[in-house]
Design a protein around this ligand. Structure first.
Ligand code: FAD
Length: 394
């Protein structure tokens, strides 16, 4: 049997893998880059609220008039457990993507730059083969397994990723760090189509929050995440059904998705000999917000920036790839450790605390209401938070 060779095999065609493919191929080093995605098309099915911040997105793509933007967002509204609303930001807040078009746009850029993007191809195992990895691939059309050898494998295979485990990296998730999420795309006319709404509360989404992310004047992603250990034996979809019934009783539900979000810090090591993990596969989601799209893209870019000199220098060992982990930790990983501590500290407070906090923050004039001032108000109401938040700000 002939075995195909490539320099870099990327497993997973989400934002992390596609940016890694685009940036590696754009580096014009005549390296062969192959990306495999097990789904029939990149970007589908969507398991995501699709919300991204403007600044992060614009580092990678120009959103102006882009067909993969569903909605521009100009307001953020936090909703306390008792329904009190706190408006925090006005202006260029972010976007709700259409990931069924977003990932294909990234894939088109990556393949124009020279990457081979193969859909309906699943990596099923991998073994070390000299200084390369031999990866077994199965296609949807053909039960036979083909092998490909790669000098570097990028594990961009998402929350259920297996590349890290196959390579001996500890990617286990503690139950307390896994949020179960459920989301409907709904048609309704009772939400603010320019605002994202984040709704907190033990009776709304224990351990997480509910979100309303508009995709148009009358369409929105409405979902929530709950921490399994605090969900009282109810699934995310049961919590969501209750939420929709009480807040959007007239909504028409057009589609449904469920999925997991890892809300713990980055895995202890993201590299080993010939392997780099990016995005959800390396637990790079912001533990406070649960957002991971832009983080995944930043990790994909960092991976490419590390891989090019490693291949040029003929050294793909863990030591040669270690700068990736160090750079990620400086860029966002260390912040995530702090965010995680803040999240843990906030989890100790009950709904009455957040209702009171919302009332206090609403006394600050709207144009001066920043996240920093919200934290400051939280400190005044509860000095026990000082050590945690001091660490976050210092
Ligand atoms: P993914 O986007 O998950 O891509 C991984 C890809 O790898 C998948 O396409 C998968 O099919 C493929 N794959 C897996 N295994 C294999 C294999 N063996 N062989 C081949 N292919 C494989 N983040 C935000 O920023 N904003 C939000 O609003 C938001 N909302 C969310 C709502 C929900 C319900 C959920 C579940 C998550 C949400 N997230 C959100 C998180 C966000 O979706 C992820 O952080 C982001 O998609 C991570 O990108 P990624 O490239 O690391 O992984």
């Amino acid at each position: 049997m002939t075995i195909e060779d490539c320099d870099v095999l990327i497993v997973g065609g989400g934002p992390a893998g596609l940016i890694a493919a685009r940036e590696l191929s754009a580096a014009r080093t005549s390296r062969s880059v192959v990306l495999v995605e097990r789904d029939a098309a990149v970007g589908t099915p969507v398991r995501c609220g699709e919300g991204v911040g403007s600044a992060g997105l614009s580092e990678f793509l120009d959103p102006t008039d882009a067909p993969w933007i569903s909605r521009r967002i100009t307001r953020v509204v936090f909703r306390a457990p008792n329904g009190t609303e706190v408006r925090v930001a006005e202006g260029d807040v972010g976007y709700i993507l259409d990931r069924t078009c977003f990932e294909p746009a990234l894939a088109a850029q990556a393949s124009a730059a020279g990457a081979a993007i193969r859909t309906s191809v699943e990596a099923v195992s991998m073994q070390r083969d000299g200084d390369r990895w031999r990866v077994s691939l199965r296609t949807a059309r053909d039960a036979n397994v083909a092998n490909i050898r790669a000098r570097i494998v990028v594990g961009a295979d998402g929350v259920e990723g297996a590349v890290g485990r196959w390579a001996g990296i500890d990617t286990r998730v503690r139950a307390r760090d896994m949020e179960s999420c459920a989301q409907y795309v709904v048609e309704d006319d009772t939400f603010d189509a320019d605002a994202i709404v984040l709704h907190f509360g033990a009776r709304v989404a224990p351990g997480g929050y509910a979100w309303v992310f508009p995709k148009g004047e009358r369409a929105a992603n409405i979902g929530l995440g709950v921490l399994g250990l605090r969900a009282g034996g109810r699934s995310a979809i049961q919590w969501l059904d209750t939420y929709i019934d009480s807040h959007f009783p007239r909504a028409r539900l057009t589609s449904r998705t469920v999925g997991g979000v890892i809300v713990g810090p980055t895995v202890r090591t993201t590299v080993t000999d010939g392997v780099i993990l990016c995005g959800d596969a390396a637990h790079m989601i912001n533990p406070l917000s649960g957002g991971g799209i832009v983080n995944a893209m930043k990790a994909g870019r960092l991976a490419a920036e590390t891989i090019v000199p490693a291949l040029d220098g003929g050294d793909t060992s863990a030591a040669a790839l270690a700068p990736y982990h160090a750079r990620w930790m400086r860029l966002l990983g260390e912040d995530h450790v702090r965010f995680y501590e803040v999240k843990e500290a906030l989890a100790r407070f009950d709904d009455a605390f957040f209702d009171g906090l919302a009332r206090t923050v609403n006394r600050i004039p709207e144009r001066r209401r920043t996240l920093g001032r919200i934290f400051a108000s939280a400190l005044v109401r509860h000095p026990g938070l000082v050590p945690v938040i001091a660490k976050y700000f210092v």
